[in-house]
Design a protein around this ligand. Sequence first.
Ligand code: FMN
Length: 211
Amino acid sequence: MIDEKALFKLSYGLYIAGVEWGGKKNACIINTAAQATAEPNQMLVTMLKSNYTTELIQKKGSFTVSVLSLATPLSRVADFGFRSGRECEKFEGIAHGVDGQGNPYLAEDMAARMSVSISQTVDLGTHLLFIGPVTEAEELSAQRPMTYADYRVLKAGGKVGAPEEKAEKKEAKYVCSVCHYVYDGEIPFEELPDDYVCPICKRPKSVFVKE
Ligand SMILES: Cc1cc2nc3c(=O)[nH]c(=O)nc-3n(C[C@H](O)[C@H](O)[C@H](O)COP(=O)(O)O)c2cc1C
């Protein structure tokens, strides 16, 4: 039995695979980048054979991976993921750097970038799996990397952030209307006994107001 929903539980990041070949710079969004081994550092990506980026990477034998962050505008995903470099110049007007092999990477609003030199290519039918040693790696910002799940939430107009922070802010505060003491005990305020009194001004529970 294969339940497709089980595969959606795999977590992914969001990346841009970049390459330059024969004077043409191109790149596309991918979610299938991963570190394959740590010693030596090797990475893998799986790329649709029909993508222009894949064609150029195969010819070049190397590529870059830029790691999207939560600061990356969603328009970047559209710029690099919803159109092909066969029909446009994707890097026109986009700030970018170039690695030691001449391959472009995105410089702004990215969490990190790395470069890979291909040592093995595996034919997976619809995709090519490229594997190889990491030749360069640089952290570009302290921003949290954008996950594929974050992207889906943002695309739907939602917000991503630390859920525990929001939960804390939502919790109601009880303040003594006489001395402005803010109740911070372990027991929820509603569950305190009726004879509870403010520890500062000693007024009864009834003078507390919910904020
Ligand atoms: C969220 C998202 C994830 C994607 N993941 C991959 C991927 O892992 N591998 C791949 O080859 N294409 C992936 N794509 C598709 C390419 O980005 C897309 O086909 C792009 O237009 C190809 O451009 P190109 O022809 O200039 O290479 C993804 C697209 C999106 C929007």
